[in-house]
Design a protein around this ligand. Structure first.
Ligand code: CA2
Length: 149
């Protein structure tokens, strides 16, 4: 089973600013954590990060027929991008949304998630662990062990 992990804008800056919200570990540490989690789950993983909405749309489209599922943290595009929502719906791959912070307790402009409307589950406020849970959730879903929400 192959999972594509997509990270949106500015997540490459992890560890450099706002440690109270996003933690002190950097993006390289997040990539290591994701690879380790995938190995523990017995899945293959590829990680993609982009600061550009269209590149994220391209990555979702290109995942069709190649990956079995998507873990996505669209970062700020979560709250603005109908294009990412449409791409997720178009490929119809099972997708799980992740946020490092608990967006439900943050500003009002973060209270809508377009991408989340095409996802079978969301993990937020768990830091890196949200990615691990998302990978295990997708694996179990693809093995028929969890039902769609
Ligand atoms: O909590 C999350 O994972 C978010 O997706 C992170 C986004 C934010 O816009 C979402 O509302 C919630 C922001 C990612 C920016 O990451 C930074 C990392 C280091 C320094 C500054 C920003």
């Amino acid at each position: 089973m192959k999972i594509l992990v997509i990270n949106g804008p500015n997540l490459n800056l992890l560890g450099l600013r706002e440690p109270d919200i996003y933690g002190r570990r950097n993006y390289a540490a997040l990539q290591d954590y994701i690879r380790e989690s995938a190995a523990d789950a017995g899945t293959e993983v590829e990680i993609f990060q982009s600061n550009h909405e269209g590149e994220i749309v391209d990555a979702i489209q290109e995942a069709f027929g190649v990956f079995d599922g998507i873990v996505i943290n669209p970062a700020a595009y979560t709250h603005t991008s109908v294009a990412i929502l449409d791409a997720l719906k178009a490929v119809a791959l099972p997708a799980v949304e992740v946020h490092l912070s608990d967006v439900s307790k943050r500003e009002s402009f973060r209270q809508i998630s377009f991408a989340g409307m095409a996802c079978i589950a969301t993990y937020m406020g768990l830091g890196f662990d949200g990615y691990r849970r998302a990978i295990f959730h997708l694996r179990d879903f693809c093995n028929g062990e969890v039902k769609d929400a």
